[in-house]
Design a protein around this ligand. Structure first.
Ligand code: ATP
Ligand code: MG
Length: 451
């Protein structure tokens, strides 16, 4: 069961925290995000492709989840929570049980009933919809949840990038006809651009030719990173185009936002055609890079509503199977993706939107009365102002504290030591730029509460 944490956050003293950082690169980690997630004490592997989320890691995961949830809600989707365990019978009715193969973890309960750990939820959500909705008047509807999935990947690797148990946001749209289904798809497309943008990521929407109708209603969203599993070839404007703002009107016609992107060339190595790429994209606009799939959306019409009998009565009084789409985001994979996109040789550089804490306080001389006093005061005041802060109150050496704080990548560091305090100053460091500035504790407080 997914742990339900309070939305509000609490400040934390490092002396009470579980933060098992590692000095050396773990031998099992091949890519930088995996190495840094282990070294910064975000995760620990408990079985192949299965991870425990340590206190710092769960905070980032929750922040990613929060952005995903806000953008889903903004686009008109409604949250629910379906269980991780499902009955095989449901999948037998859709016809997918036998075909799904070894990626599905199959379980038998004490009464010999066949169960499975859900790899996805089309069947279950379709059944819930069918039980609750009878009329076209209840449409459009989009239901989503953020829940753990299990896929018994043949080769789990790269940490949370390709795990066996992983957190996914999956949304499902229900509409009366294809036209409305297309509109639902466009809303999700725009919500995805916003979601990844808010995490500081440039996502390439890549048309995938699998939609049943016209073949154009499927996109993968790929973020660029050197260690990505696939090679991406696209027009550079795809990552430079402006992302729709917070005030985007989801009741308006959003087709142009999708179409102007669809008009630009994008392909992966699997379907790559070098001649076409060169013919369609002027040399100066060509972008080829490696990428990570963080989201996948598609419209599939009545594929599940027909076998599972999800019908609504239309305006003409006739029953029709609903038109559906599904929309996935790899929530836990995104944490790896963000680190791939934002780190340096010293560690992670969290974008403020997902950072586990906004600031860290480094006490350079625990036990020194004045240093302790200033740290405690900053800690209390920042907390009162609603700034998430991690206070390194341990008695580790200064050098260790500096390198650990850089490693875990909080956006801001306040360094407090007896030498500076003699002239009444602390140091404020920006993790991303490396800029340091001496100022009074009050000025540091102001800088952090006004930014
Ligand atoms: P992939 O091609 O990477 O296996 P998929 O096509 O199987 O992905 P979907 O079924 O579309 O993935 O799932 C939605 C999203 O869930 C993906 O875009 C990806 O971000 C994430 N995801 C899928 N499989 C995994 C996994 N094994 N570990 C972590 N995240 C995953
Ligand atoms: Mg897969």
């Amino acid at each position: 069961m997914f742990p339900l944490l309070p939305e509000t956050s609490f400040p934390m003293r490092l002396s009470q925290f579980l933060l098992p950082t590692l000095k050396e690169d773990p031998a099992e980690a091949q890519i930088v995000s995996h190495r840094l997630m282990l070294r910064a004490g975000l995760i620990r592997q408990t079985a192949a492709g299965i991870y425990a989320w340590l206190p710092l890691g769960i905070r980032v995961l929750k922040n990613i989840e929060k952005i995903v949830r806000e953008e889903m809600d903004r686009a008109g989707a409604v949250e629910l929570l379906m269980p991780t365990l499902q009955s095989a019978e449901l999948w037998q009715r859709s016809g997918r049980y036998d075909g799904y193969g070894k990626e599905m973890l199959r379980i038998t309960d004490r009464h010999d009933r066949e169960m499975l750990y859900g790899p996805t939820n089309e069947e279950m959500v379709t059944e819930l919809f069918a039980n609750g909705v009878r009329s076209y008047k209840d449409l459009p509807m989009n239901l989503y949840h953020i829940q753990w999935k299990f896929r018994d990947e043949i080769r789990p690797r790269f940490g949370v990038m390709r795990g066996r148990e992983f957190l996914m946001k999956d949304a499902y749209s229900f509409d009366l006809d294809e036209e409305k289904g297309r509109e639902a798809y466009y809303r999700m497309f725009v919500a995805y651009l916003r979601t990844f943008g808010r995490m500081g990521l440039k996502a390439v929407p890549m048309a995938a030719d699998t939609g049943p109708i016209g073949g154009d209603l499927s996109h993968e969203f790929i973020i660029l990173a050197e260690t990505g599993e696939s090679e991406v070839f696209c027009h550079k404007d795809l990552i430079e185009m402006e992302i729709p703002g917070e005030d985007v009107d989801y009741t308006a016609d959003l087709s142009s936002i999708v179409d102007e992107r669809r008009a630009l060339y994008a392909a992966t190595d699997e379907i790559h055609d070098q001649a076409k790429f060169e013919a369609e994209v002027p040399e100066a606009d060509r972008l080829s890079a490696r990428g990570i799939e963080v989201g996948h959306i598609f419209f599939f019409g009545t594929k599940y509503s027909e076998p599972l009998n999800a019908v609504v009565t239309g305006p003409d009084g006739k029953d029709v199977p609903v038109q559906m789409g599904s929309y996935g985001i790899g929530v836990s994979r995104l944490m790896g993706g963000i680190i791939e996109a934002s780190h340096d040789e010293n560690g992670i550089i969290w974008p403020e939107s997902v950072a586990p804490y906004k600031a860290g306080i480094i006490n350079l001389k625990s036990g020194d009365a004045e240093t302790d006093r200033v740290c405690e005061e900053l800690y209390a005041k920042l907390t009162a102002e609603g700034v998430d802060v991690l206070y390194d109150d341990t008695d580790a050496r200064g050098g260790t504290k500096f390198s650990n704080m850089d490693l875990i990548g909080l956006p801001w560091q306040i360094v407090v030591g007896p030498r500076g305090l003699k002239s009444g100053v602390v140091e404020l460091k920006n993790r991303a730029t490396g800029d340091r500035e001496e100022m009074t504790p009050d000025a540091a407080l102001k800088a952090l509460t006004s930014s």
